[in-house]
Design a binder for this molecule. Structure first.
Ligand code: DGY
Length: 328
């Protein structure tokens, strides 16, 4: 069988794949162009892809021999799952292993926002540190006693909640499905509507999947409903937020600040208006970027593909579930 990787993967993973298949690895510009993807997929039985590849119906239909798509990510909104499933192609992904890493980054962003860590770093590098230890200088905010609103209480949302409890934060959450009373008690989290979540939280953290329903669900109206002192954190998907609206809200100080690991069009550079704002903290989509997590993701990506191509159930299979399919 022949497989295509849209970019290189860990050496151990490629070695495993080469034991079984004829492996082609795209080595040119990333992401691979649509034309190139369409031409390379034609004779392939399996595909390993990444969150920035656009695996749309043209690509899937070009893969006339395609039996399995395995993505190196928990998100699968970049794959036209509907078309793939209709054609009997198994789609698999890598949840669970990246939960802790993404939750850790979220907490790091919340802490950095509340305590102005990056601002402080920038201040010193610009040689602007003048006074030492003043009563009012460079004050941040305590986490303890503040309300964290979690939008999307799946695996990552729950892991963030667990961590936030360690900082003595109060927890509100909104999710498609309410948690069981036992789980709400364990996490000490109160279920509220999305409107209430944005209105009452000191920091809202997004952990919902990107779907047609969550597309730009965070817009100017919602941002205006937040407290002026509140923050927004996004480690999920950029398109859940209307970025233009967020820039406007940050410029006009409608909210105090934001920390973003994901953006509408990645990668971003200094032409993106967010980079010119002082009250925003930005990181380059590193939610799952730890040595341990990426290695585990590679292991699962490979196992998923091998199982799928053998006609077996992969470890993590994307199932048909309305509202959670790719946005195509
Ligand atoms: C994912 O796996 O979907 C993440 O966004 C990658 O860090």
């Amino acid at each position: 069988m022949k497989i295509l990787l849209t970019r290189r993967l860990h050496d151990f993973a490629v070695k495993e794949l080469k034991k079984r298949y004829q492996v082609e690895i795209h080595t040119g510009k990333i992401p691979i162009s649509k034309d190139s993807l369409i031409s390379k997929i034609k004779d392939k039985d399996g595909l390993i892809c990444y969150p920035y590849d656009r695996i749309d119906s043209d690509v899937i239909n070009a893969g006339t021999r395609l039996k399995a798509i395995s993505t190196f990510s928990v998100g699968y909104n970049h794959i036209d799952v509907n078309t793939a499933l209709k054609k009997g192609i198994t789609v698999s992904y890598t949840p669970e292993v990246l939960t802790k890493a993404t939750a850790d980054l979220t907490v790091a962003l919340v802490l950095a926002l509340f305590r102005r860590v990056c601002e402080g770093d920038r201040l010193i590098r610009k040689n602007e540190w003048r006074t030492i230890f003043g009563p009012y200088e460079f004050l941040g905010t305590d986490l303890s006693g503040k309300t964290l609103g979690i939008f999307g209480m799946g695996r990552i949302g729950k892991a963030v909640a667990k961590r936030a409890l360690g900082f003595e934060m109060k927890l509100l959450y909104h999710n498609r499905k309410r948690l069981s009373p036992q789980e709400e008690k364990r996490l000490n989290a109160k279920y509220v509507s999305l409107d209430e979540l944005f209105r009452r939280s000191d920091v809202v953290s997004i952990h919902a999947p990107y779907t047609p329903k969550t597309h730009e669900i965070v817009n100017l109206k919602r941002l205006k409903s937040m407290k002026k002192t509140s923050f927004l954190v996004n480690t999920a998907r950029g398109k859940i937020i209307n970025e233009k609206d967020l820039v406007a809200a940050l410029k006009k100080k409608i909210i105090a600040g934001a920390a973003l690991d994901v953006f509408q069009n990645e990668p971003i550079g200094i032409s993106n208006h967010l980079t010119g704002l002082r009250n925003v903290l930005i990181t380059p989509h590193i939610g799952s970027a730890t040595v341990e997590t990426r290695r585990e993701m590679a292991e699962i990506t490979v196992k998923n593909l091998i199982l799928s191509l053998a006609g077996k159930k992969p470890i993590y299979q994307v199932k048909v579930e309305s509202g959670r399919l790719g946005r195509f």
